[in-house]
Design a protein around this ligand. Sequence first.
Ligand SMILES: Cc1cc2nc3c(=O)[nH]c(=O)nc-3n(C[C@H](O)[C@H](O)[C@H](O)COP(=O)(O)O)c2cc1C
Length: 350
Amino acid sequence: MDFLYERLLRPLLFHLDPERAHEYARNLLQNASRLRPVCTWMSRRSQVGEGVSLWGLQFPNRVGLAAGMDKDAEFVLGSAACGFGHVEVGTVTPEAQPGQPQPRMFRLPEHEALINRMGFNNKGVGAMRVRLEKLPPPGRRPVPVGINIGKNKSTALEDAGRDYEYCFRQLADLADYFAVNVSSPNTEGLRQLQESERLRASLRGVQEANAARGAHRLPLLLKISPDLTFAEAEELLTTVEAMGIDGLIVANTTVDRDMLPAGAWERGGLSGKPLLRRSTDLLRFVHETTGGRLPLIGVGGVVDAATAAAKLEAGASLVQVYTGWVYRGPFFPRTLARSLRRHEEAPLPR
Ligand SMILES: Cc1cc2nc3c(=O)[nH]c(=O)nc-3n(C[C@H](O)[C@H](O)[C@H](O)COP(=O)(O)O)c2cc1C
């Protein structure tokens, strides 16, 4: 199936503007998501062994859909049917916003990479609520659904915490976990929120709202940038552990172009194969620095079984994919999940 995609469908899709191709794929997956029994049946076929138990959640396999593909939670069931063992929707912001002007997504086929400067185009929290309410409630879904939250472009950096808290409060009853995005390069200044004091201030409201849920407290993860130096990451980790953050997603896209040949590349975040090394090195550093105490999701450059296994070997309990799905086709997540079978029994960090 993956072979057919690469030989037949991908060349057709790649003739289209990347955002137009994304819209076709999204419509297809949205329509597929309406065939609920079929999606449920297909997602059961992606169960690998006993699955993975983490943060009190049960994941049917280790491969998830990274944030940004399903920004408005429009095709969760379709993604699960393709084999993903969890789906992270968003980044969602309190209000709908258009994102940056087009063109803002670019393919680098010879590198199996993308560059994007989307800028959190999304329909806002209200629209996401409506979509998620149509799904079975948390715990009864084919796969866990994480909600990745961000701030509106018009919100000052000092007020980011208000946006995160608003998103959290509006969607908490519909989430299996939350991921706080402090690492997208396409929202000005956002990555400064990784500095300890700013991070504490930005997450205070979310953490208080979460603590007030008592026994229904949700796992709260932080998604970080691959452009952090190890020294910056070390400081961040001290803060993260002190704050009781439940896990990290390592990592977002990079603004560096060191991993590409010299050239006049588009502005924005680079993803896909060239990001593998940088994001995996950071993942390993985080795993070693925290002594394996912090559960990690490895993302960045997973394009085949070997790259996915490299993430697990560097300390990830789960992996996520975005660009690899674009290059390898609809059922790539299932192929990948099955290829990771031998990691089923791997001990997980506590
Ligand atoms: C077009 C595009 C849009 C993205 N949007 C988001 C987003 O809204 N929020 C987020 O946290 N990450 C976003 N990402 C980053 C991905 O979730 C992922 O961290 C990154 O692409 C590295 O993984 P990959 O190499 O498998 O693509 C986006 C990536 C791409 C390519």
